[in-house]
Design a protein around this ligand. Structure first.
Ligand code: GLN
Length: 549
């Protein structure tokens, strides 16, 4: 039977519960246990798939095609294992299940209530992965902050589980903030005391308190928190602000967060943590040998979380190449033919981001043209790939009105078109082409050099596709489809063989990049940017493709 660790948050949101949960899971994994993390979100949307990135950051897609919270991305990147639909549950999904059961008559005339029906469904889902028998430890992150009205049923479910499961099978970790008052030069414990009090009033008592802080917690402060919050002093864990999220597992190791949890869980046999690969990655990340600058062309650039997995993939790929990757966010809405050279000046590579809708589209197309004409390494993801196709159609094939039917229903040249099976879909939620699909790669192409393979699988999230009736025209003019899905014939990868590095993919390689397995496309793109940077001062840029091993 699996053991359960619940992570709650107090005082304020954005304290990094996801990173603490992922770090704890990493340490337990490094000590030889199989761990997974799940996130319970208190909002009513059935999943975050229909949310605007401004609302909730990136939507993270799992192998099985679930549209989930971006914290699942952190879990996968830290643990190097996949999550699934079961790892992300929202209040909306809980209610949907209960209401469907009610309509089916499953409650036999009973009044359906938050307690016990909603909390029963929450508890069932909290234990689903635990009952599969695949995991020793299930870490459940509860979204929201203690005291919020909407997280109450989740907290109540944890309270019930604390009683129903054997005592040594449940740990509650509460993450809070210890603010530092600069004027008084003092750390303040009162918000933490209040937050723990509020949690206790709902019947849940934390076993461990993790304190986010800018300044180290001295023993007096730890003693005070222990005393007022009714935990042992060694269960008060200091979580100092770190220079990178990837340092947090090591900080938590030093603070013995894993040991204190294992003690409560009555786990007595474990090995020294195996973190050699992690430490080697961290070393490369902290001490890069040089720097490259890449432009991220998108329309949600004000919000870092909108492109979370792309930014993290750059970090993994940078460490692999021993370079610091400086990412310059460029708003596509403001790129014009007149200012493109100035806006993209100084870049060593250009990534055109995924997205939806017509805002900022023309700027993306202009940026692609600049990269194509100036031998600047180019990498297009999903919508970014579609923009590269449109740019090529307009400027090389002479189809000046070519477009995607997503932006222009009446274009005479729909080089990007809605997928056939999408045309009959009316509902928005969970209906895109989602999750993992296979792609066959042509030998001798850039894609083949990058993946060292002819068969790959990558994750998807789109409704539109390359229109194959134009393929011959594209290929005879220099843009080739180097990757396709054999079953459907959908083009998955396009590239320009006569360019140093120009590749666009219909899928999202950023969703499968982890610390221990950086996404090959990102690694090669950064390598290409590095070579571009090194050769920039020289007169001629040679083919980066030849140098890729
Ligand atoms: N809007 C495009 C489509 O639906 C691209 C989606 C994306 O970039 N994820 O096909």
């Amino acid at each position: 039977m699996a053991k359960y660790i619940f992570v709650t948050g107090g005082v304020t949101s954005s304290l990094g519960k996801g990173i603490i949960a992922a770090s704890l899971a990493k340490l337990l994994q490094a000590r030889g246990f199989t761990a997974t993390i799940q996130k319970f979100d208190p909002y009513i949307n059935v999943d975050p798939g229909t949310l605007n990135p401004y609302e909730h950051g990136e939507c993270y897609v799992t192998e099985d095609g679930a549209e989930t919270d971006l914290d699942l991305g952190h879990y996968e990147r830290f643990l190097n294992t996949y999550t699934s639909q079961a790892n992300n549950v929202t209040t909306g999904r809980i209610y949907q299940t209960v209401i469907n059961k009610e309509r089916a008559g499953d409650f036999l005339g009973k009044t359906v209530q938050v307690v016990p029906h909603i909390t029963d469904e929450i508890k069932r889902r909290m234990q689903l992965l635990g009952k599969e028998g695949k995991f020793d430890i299930i870490i459940t992150e509860l979204g929201g902050t203690v005291g919020d009205i909407e997280s109450l049923p989740f907290i109540e479910a944890v309270r019930q589980l604390q009683w129903e499961l054997p005592e040594e099978d449940v740990v509650v970790v509460h993450l809070t903030l210890i603010p530092y008052l600069r004027a008084a030069k003092e750390l303040k414990t009162k918000p933490t005391q209040h937050s723990v009090k509020m949690l206790s009033e709902t019947g849940v008592h934390p076993d461990v308190i993790v304190c986010r802080t800018e300044e180290p917690l001295n023993n007096d402060i730890k003693r005070k928190i222990a005393l007022f919050c009714n935990v042992k002093q060694d269960a008060v864990i200091e979580a100092m602000d770190a220079s990178t999220i990837y340092e947090v597992p090591l900080l938590m190791l030093r603070e013995k967060l894993d040991l204190i949890c294992m003690k409560k869980l009555n786990i007595t046999e474990f090995k020294e943590p195996e973190l050699e690969k992690w430490k080697a990655f961290l070393d490369k990340l902290k001490y890069p040998k040089s720097k490259v600058t890449v432009g991220l062309i998108g329309k949600y650039i004000e919000l870092q979380d909108a492109y979370k997995s792309i930014l993290e993939s750059f970090i993994h790929a940078g460490a692999m190449n021993e370079v610091k990757v400086q990412v310059i966010n460029i708003h596509s809405e403001f790129i014009t033919n007149e200012n493109v050279a100035e806006k993209l000046d100084g870049l060593d590579g250009l990534l055109v981001a995924p997205g939806f809708g017509h805002r900022g589209i023309e700027g993306k197309i202009i940026a692609v043209q600049y990269a194509r004409e100036n031998a600047l390494p180019f990498f297009g993801i999903c919508l970014g790939m579609q923009m590269a196709v449109i740019e090529f159609a307009r400027n090389i094939l002479g189809l000046s009105k070519a477009h995607s039917t997503e932006m222009d229903m009446n274009t005479p040249d729909p080089v990007i078109n809605m997928m056939e099976e999408q045309k009959k879909i009316k509902m928005m939620g969970g209906t895109m082409r989602l999750g993992s699909y296979a792609c066959e790669i042509k030998e001798g192409t850039l894609a083949h050099k990058i993946y060292h393979d002819t068969h790959i699988t990558e994750r998807h999230r789109h409704r539109y596709e390359f229109n194959n009736s134009y393929l011959e025209q594209f290929e005879s003019n220099g843009m080739i489809a180097s990757g396709k899905n054999n079953e459907t014939g959908l083009v998955e990868i396009i590239e320009l063989p006569n360019h140093p590095f120009f590749i666009g993919v219909q899928y999202h390689p950023e969703l499968k990049s982890s610390v221990e397995r950086p996404a090959p496309l990102f690694v090669s793109f950064i390598e290409a940017a590095k070579m571009y940077n090194e050769k920039k001062s020289g007169s001629k840029i040679h083919s980066v493709q030849d140098a890729l091993i």
